[in-house]
Design a binder for this molecule. Structure first.
Ligand SMILES: Nc1ncnc2c1ncn2[C@@H]1O[C@H](COP(=O)(O)OP(=O)(O)OP(=O)(O)O)[C@@H](O)[C@H]1O
Ligand SMILES: [Mg+2]
Length: 452
């Protein structure tokens, strides 16, 4: 830029501008510079910059050097010596517009700014910036507080939801347990009721059977005596004797009474088992024969063991040892036998989605073994030769509501309840041994008497 071009350019600008050489010679100035100094523009021509300022020539040259060697605007401070003797502190911004070369000196454009004005603007700006920064800070803090509160709220909501879910689960469990207990108790009551109703007429029949037998024997004896006394009976009597086949009748009636006796005794046994199973006294601790409990449970499940059209008969092999009576809650123990035996039968029954059919078609079996471990403990093992249980299922066997059975078929509570009864009520142990294809064995260990 030549001084002429600069003058042309600076003429229209309102801020004070100077074009100086790297050595500090004023090459051109605009009117605002002259106004600032209180001089005419002509008076400024050919002057050196340090003649117009209070700073030393050295300082001024250093500043101009800094301007000419920097690509950016260099800010400095110049104190103008005004014509009226006063001084004016200015902020100066210097930029090189033509760098130094061996042929020509550097050209530097200086822009002056009254410091007092700039400072007050600067202060105002600073205030604004400070206020803004404070506002930003305040908002940031508010946002952080909000986020924190939000997070806390979320955590609380989550905690509350978890607590509610847990309560719901507990309630569902309690409800199902109650239903199950109610079911068992009504089953017990029904069984006890039926047993009672059957017991009366059966006792009546059984009681009279002996007399009926004796009376018929007496009558037959009478017939015999009559035949001996009157060997030639009139033809009507002869005919009647032949018609009723008296000889066969005499021979058969004794057998008949014998089988009626066996039959009623069997009914009485069933009734006893039903009563034993129902155990309405289950709230009380009793000393009982464990085998009776197992047998009566088998009796209740008898119909499921028998062969039906598509199901072969399930053989029950019992290996009972001589066991002492065990102090326990007999009704509850029967419930455990019932759950484990029913599961074994389920595992042996062929079903659409069960490959057991192939496996146990010919010899579905349940082995029940009882043993004394020592003078304090006994063990009952119930094993089936069904499909067995894989590791994944085995790890969840005793969890409430865990079932692999179809909806409506299993509630998944049988083993959970059994576990509670054995472990918590009887201080015993309940374990399962199984592998896929190898059947399943459930082992109950209970103390003979130490029930808390
Ligand atoms: N003897 C067994 N053989 C194979 N699987 C078994 C046997 N016993 C139990 N299981 C498995 O354990 C699961 C849980 O048994 P559990 O008795 O607790 O419930 P469930 O029989 O399914 O239902 P519920 O007994 O409440 O009617 C069964 O669904 C079954 O998958
Ligand atoms: Mg079950």
């Amino acid at each position: 830029m030549t001084p002429e071009q600069f003058i042309e350019f600076a003429r229209v600008l309102p801020e004070p501008l100077l074009l100086v050489s790297g050595e500090g010679q004023l090459l051109a100035t605009n009117q605002p510079v002259a106004d600032m100094l209180g001089l005419r523009r002509q008076e400024l021509r050919e002057k050196m910059l340090f003649e117009l300022v209070t700073e030393s020539a050295n300082d001024v040259l250093k500043y101009l050097q800094a301007c000419s060697s920097s690509r950016a605007m260099v800010i400095g401070s110049l104190t103008l010596r005004k014509n009226d003797g006063q001084t004016l502190i200015c902020r100066s911004q210097g930029a090189v517009i033509q760098p130094w070369s061996p042929e020509s000196s550097a050209l530097i454009l200086l822009r002056l700014e009254n410091r007092t004005l700039a400072t007050s603007n600067f202060v105002l700006l600073n205030q604004k910036i400070n206020e803004l920064a404070k506002e930003v800070q305040r908002r940031r803090q508010a946002e952080e507080a909000l986020q924190e509160a939000n997070q806390e709220l979320e955590i609380r909501v989550e905690e509350r939801t978890t607590a509610l879910q847990e309560t719901l689960k507990e309630l569902q469990l309690t409800q199902t347990q109650l239903i199950q207990a109610e079911k068992m108790s009504s089953l017990g009551q029904m069984v006890a009721g039926i047993a009672h109703e059957i017991n009366n007429p059966v006792s009546f029949i059984y009681g009279n059977l002996h007399h009926a037998h004796k009376y018929t024997q007496d009558l037959l004896k009478l017939v015999q005596i009559h035949q001996q006394v009157c060997p030639n009976a009139p033809p009507e009597i002869q005919e009647q004797i032949e018609e009723i086949d008296l000889d066969f009748l005499i021979e058969d009636i004794t057998k008949l009474f014998q089988s009626m006796k066996v039959g009623t005794e069997r009914i009485q046994e069933i009734v006893k088992s039903l009563r034993n199973f129902s155990r309405l006294d289950e709230a009380e601790l009793k000393q009982v024969n464990i085998h009776e409990g197992i047998d009566s449970t088998l009796m209740i499940l008898e119909h499921r063991l028998q062969a039906r059209h598509e199901y072969p008969e399930i053989t029950v092999i019992k290996k009972y040892s001589q066991l002492p009576n065990v102090t326990c809650y007999p009704g509850q123990l029967n419930q455990v036998f019932m759950n484990i035996l029913a599961n074994a039968i389920d595992a042996l029954e062929p079903s659409a989605n069960n490959e057991n059919q192939k496996l146990t078609k010919n010899n579905p079996q349940i082995k029940i073994k009882t043993e004394i471990i020592d003078e304090k403990w006994i063990e009952v093992s119930i094993a089936d030769n069904g499909l067995g249980i894989n590791e994944q299922v085995r790890s969840k066997l005793f969890d409430p509501f865990f079932t692999t059975k179809a909806v409506g078929k299993g509630t998944g509570l049988g083993l959970y309840i059994s576990y509670q009864i054995i472990v918590e009520k009887h201080n015993g142990q309940l374990s399962c041994f199984s592998a896929p294809g190898k059947g399943a064995e459930f082992v109950i260990k209970i103390p003979v008497s130490s029930v808390s």
